[in-house]
Design a binder for this molecule. Structure first.
Ligand SMILES: *[C@@H]1O[C@H](CO)[C@@H](O)[C@H](O)[C@H]1NC(C)=O
Ligand SMILES: *[C@@H]1O[C@H](CO)[C@@H](O)[C@H](O)[C@H]1NC(C)=O
Ligand SMILES: *[C@@H]1O[C@H](CO)[C@@H](O)[C@H](O)[C@H]1NC(C)=O
Length: 226
């Protein structure tokens, strides 16, 4: 298996006071910072991830509870925004052995593709987030309990209630996707089939019927460029 080099978490301090000059120096926020500069700065904390996980691709900044959530292969992590150094929390959410077997029989790479790559991490209500993953080519969603406030200190997957993740998360971890929760409804731009041929924008959850854009009409995801 190949592993990503890890996530680099960085703190930038703007408008710093220059010693000896008394006046705060008017500084411009930096837009670009090389990896080398980051390594040389003393404000850098690196997280190397787990040896059995990769694909640290999905992020959610939860300012209300002061957490940074990161979705990866078979795991979701929660970091403390006040002190990233403080011990992070993590939950393992792997695909079931039977789904992994099915994925392998379908000709997929057991080590690289037949895991649950987390692709959706969105706020759901005042106590829960909505989380979906590729589920070894069988997209699956669940509710992640966070508590109302940071002090509640809750981080727990509702493992008694899983939902179908089709039209929310892609099947294939190589496929790009995007999603956003608006008024309790999840909008996802994703592929919605095993072969990765059916791309569309889907609206799911909430009180309305699920809807989607036309099948096999790629202009829906490409329309405003002309
Ligand atoms: C990954 O390894 C950690 C310990 O290194 C273990 O706690 C965790 O359950 C493993 N996750 C999976 C999905 O196997
Ligand atoms: C948020 O949603 C979860 C999952 O449906 C539910 O169990 C929980 O009670 C809800 N919380 C509130 C405050 O409505
Ligand atoms: C998407 O838009 C680009 C730029 O207008 C165009 O070249 C490309 O053919 C379009 N792709 C599809 C699949 O329609």
């Amino acid at each position: 298996m190949d592993y990503l080099p890890g996530i680099v978490l960085l703190l930038l301090f703007c408008g710093a006071v220059v010693p000896g000059q008394g006046e705060p120096k008017h500084s411009v926020p930096r837009l670009k910072l090389s990896y080398r500069e980051m390594v040389e700065s003393s404000n850098l904390i690196t997280f190397n991830g787990l040896t059995n996980s990769s694909g640290y691709d999905t992020f959610l900044l939860d300012e209300e509870r002061g957490r940074l959530l990161v979705g990866a292969e078979d795991h979701v992590f929660s970091f403390d925004l006040v002190n990233l150094n403080r011990e992070h929390k993590q939950i393992a959410w792997p695909a079931t052995p039977s789904k992994r077997d099915e994925c392998k029989w379908a000709g997929k790479d057991l080590g690289k593709e037949c895991s649950n790559f987390i692709r959706v991490l969105q706020p759901y209500n005042s106590t829960h987030l909505y989380i979906c993953g590729t589920g070894a080519f069988h997209p699956i969603c669940a509710y992640l309990e966070m508590g109302k406030r940071a002090e509640d200190n809750i981080f727990r997957l509702e493992s008694s209630h899983f939902e179908n993740g089709r039209g929310k998360s892609p099947y294939d971890p190589k496929m790009l996707s995007a999603s956003i929760m608006l008024d309790g409804e999840l909008y996802s731009g994703t592929s919605a089939d095993f072969m990765g041929r059916d791309f569309a924008i889907f609206r799911t959850l909430g009180e309305h019927h699920p809807i989607r854009t036309e099948q096999h009409d790629s202009r829906w995801l490409n329309g405003t460029t002309q």
